[in-house]
Each structure stands twice: as C-alpha cells, then as structure tokens.
Ligand binder design. Structure first.
Ligand SMILES: Nc1nc2c(ncn2[C@@H]2O[C@H](COP(=O)(O)OP(=O)(O)OP(=O)(O)O)[C@@H](O)[C@H]2O)c(=O)[nH]1
Length: 104
C-alpha cells in the first residue's frame, strides 16, 4: 500500500481532518521528497501543505497547528450547516404531511 492509499483510507470513510507536514526541513542535504512533490500530494489530498523543522523552528510550526485548528472549525461549520439543512427538510416534510391530512 502506498502512502497516498493509506491516507485516502484514513481520510475518506472517517472524515478525518488533516494537513500535510514535511518535517526536518533543516536537513536539506539529505532530502528525499521535493517541495513540489509535497505540494502535488497536498493538492491531490485537498489539504494544506507545510515544510518545517521541529529542530530549528523554521517554517512556522505554530502556523501549522493554527491551520489545523482552522480546518477542524471549517469542517465542523460545514457539517453543522448540512445537519441544519437536513433537519429543515424534515420539518418541511412534516408540515406538508400535516397540511395534506388537514386538507383531505
Ligand atoms: N534535524 C532534525 N531532527 C529532527 C526534527 N524533528 C525530529 N528530529 C529528530 O528525529 C528523531 C526522531 O524524532 P521523533 O520525534 O522520535 O520522531 P519519529 O516520528 O518518532 O521518528 P522519525 O521517523 O525519525 O521522524 C529525533 O532524534 C529527533 O530529535 C527536525 O525537524 N530536524
């Protein structure tokens, strides 16, 4: 199983929020994945992409965690709206049923 397949498996059925982070950016000389490859994978996964170093602090690690929190909030908002919309549909259906009964 490829890394991408593994991520797809985790992401889709469980609706998991995640962002892609390439750590150890300070070890450029032994880099095995290019920035472009990381960006391409993030585009395929529809998630944010960051490169950072936990060692030197480069790449703004704080921003990585902020973005993850923002993404969780965005997802919750969207889910909330979907739920509200579907409950509105149920109320509409119930009212329509009542009106149909009253008029018949
Ligand atoms: N140079 C450098 N070393 C790091 C960085 N982040 C972690 N390390 C080092 O990598 C080693 C493994 O770190 P862990 O936090 O245990 O990470 P892990 O995911 O369990 O292991 P890895 O697969 O090696 O990343 C430790 O020696 C860390 O000090 C980084 O950004 N730069």
């Amino acid at each position: 199983m490829t890394f991408k397949n593994l991520l797809d498996e985790v992401k889709k059925p469980k609706n998991v929020t995640f962002i892609l982070v390439g750590n150890k950016a300070d070890l450029g000389h032994s880099r095995q994945v290019s920035t472009e490859e990381g960006e391409k994978l993030a585009t395929e996964l529809a998630c944010a992409f960051y490169e950072c170093s936990a060692c030197t602090g480069e790449g703004n690690i704080t921003e990585v965690f902020y973005e993850l929190c923002r993404e969780i909030r965005r997802r919750k908002m969207i889910q909330g709206k979907t739920r509200r919309r579907s409950s509105t549909t149920h109320v509409k259906q119930a009212i329509n049923k009542m009106l149909t009964k009253i008029s018949s």
